[in-house]
Write a protein that binds this ligand. Sequence first.
Ligand SMILES: Cc1cc2nc3c(=O)[nH]c(=O)nc-3n(C[C@H](O)[C@H](O)[C@H](O)COP(=O)(O)OP(=O)(O)OC[C@H]3O[C@@H](n4cnc5c(N)ncnc54)[C@H](O)[C@@H]3O)c2cc1C
Length: 468
Amino acid sequence: MISPTDIKAFKEAVGSENVFDQESDRYAYSYDSAVLDSVVPGLVVRPLTSEALGKAIRLCNENELPLVVRGSGTNLSGGVVPKETDAVVILTNALNNILEINEQDLYAVVQPGVVTAQFAAAVARRGLFYPPDPGSQSVSTLAGNVAENAGGLRGLKYGVTKDYVMGVDFFNANGELIKSGSRTVKCVTGLNLSSLMVASEGTMGVFEKIIFKLVPPPEASKAMMAIFNDINDASEAVANIIAAKIVPCTLELLDNFTIRTVEDFRKAGLPVEAAAMLLIEVDGHPAQVEDEAEKVISICKKSGAQDVQLARNAAEKDIIWQARRDALPALARVRPTTILEDATVPRSKIPAMIEAITSIAKKYNLTIGTFGHAGDGNLHPTILTDKRDKEEFARVEEAIDEIFDRALSMHGTLSGEHGIGIAKAKWMEKETSAATLEYSRLLKKAVDPNYILNPGNIIGGKDVSRTA
Ligand SMILES: Cc1cc2nc3c(=O)[nH]c(=O)nc-3n(C[C@H](O)[C@H](O)[C@H](O)COP(=O)(O)OP(=O)(O)OC[C@H]3O[C@@H](n4cnc5c(N)ncnc54)[C@H](O)[C@@H]3O)c2cc1C
């Protein structure tokens, strides 16, 4: 429990109206978007200024209170589920100003709590482009994106969040402001601490400000839907498009179960008999777009597509992308519990990975819909289950183990974009090594000796760290 004296100190630091100590308020911060047991934190604080944020962090450190820094709570790996009941959740979503958009030097400076889609829209209004587009962008914060190194539909051509981070100013565990990176295209001053902050999941510091690179927007784009009778042909088409040296901005796959579920959700006339669909967009200079669209259509047909439908206007394009946007909400309606995984493989292994997921679903008698970023090997096998059914859930856990094992055996990774959090921490050593974990724990101990910053995420709990 957090003592009344500590609560009073937090109220003085951030203003009493920004401190929530009632259980009904704290309950709202006991979970995130991962399927995990909830833990109600001891206190929730919502600083309105950078200065107040620094003070709140320092108070946590002085009192050795675990600190869970939270954006919008959309992460899928338990990254902001408190691990202890005396945890203090610090919300950075009130620090949500875009401080600068620089059209001449192609960068922007933001506070941590800016919502991703609002930032992308503000940048677009100034004629520029911020490509990372996680499916949660209308809710997620930019700090959450950096802390998870979020990806999205445009990852194949434009990269992911890390490719746009030029600098991060962050508070260390003691509430002191550390500066890293710069507004310049090139900067090699000092250790690259900004890179250490990317994907750090709140374990190494609390972001106060982020500098993002911006790029010019593409002049034109074309979207198409390729329909396949055999999912292996769809995977082959992905490999053949890349082998032809065409890099679409988006190259997504939906399996038959997902197509049927999406059509059931919103009648859009999708090909429900198809074994798989590829949703593809090419962008760039208009002449290049014309040329690439033609080539992609031809490659899909040669790879076995039964039909390729090119969107002729904005409305048809929207039908294509709405189908992809609907995949998760549609699947989530099927059973009470939805587990969205993101084991990722080198893209040449996509056919083998799809086959593995299908056989694992059969072996454990589970419903798994598969969709995702086929172009960059990042599939989302989505397990539809009921957490309350203990026997079925035990099979789900075995199936997830096996999905990770199969991905790792193909030189893949546990997570392409959703992060490790507490949900995947137990598999870390399998993908990396005991020495890698030891190194990470020593690093953590050096910058956070009291082990207050999001303890448990990525490298395990406090006890583990103390043995390091
Ligand atoms: C429907 C849905 C679709 C999604 N689609 C995608 C997708 O396409 N691609 C993808 O990559 N992810 C996706 N996600 C996952 C999720 O949205 C991302 O991980 C996102 O980056 C989390 O942002 P957030 O603001 O919600 O952060 P939170 O969930 O609140 O936190 C995420 C991590 O960031 C840390 N953090 C938050 N604020 C700070 C700060 N100020 N300083 C330091 N650390 C901080 C937290 O401690 C935590 O470890 C999806 C999630 C949902 C629910």
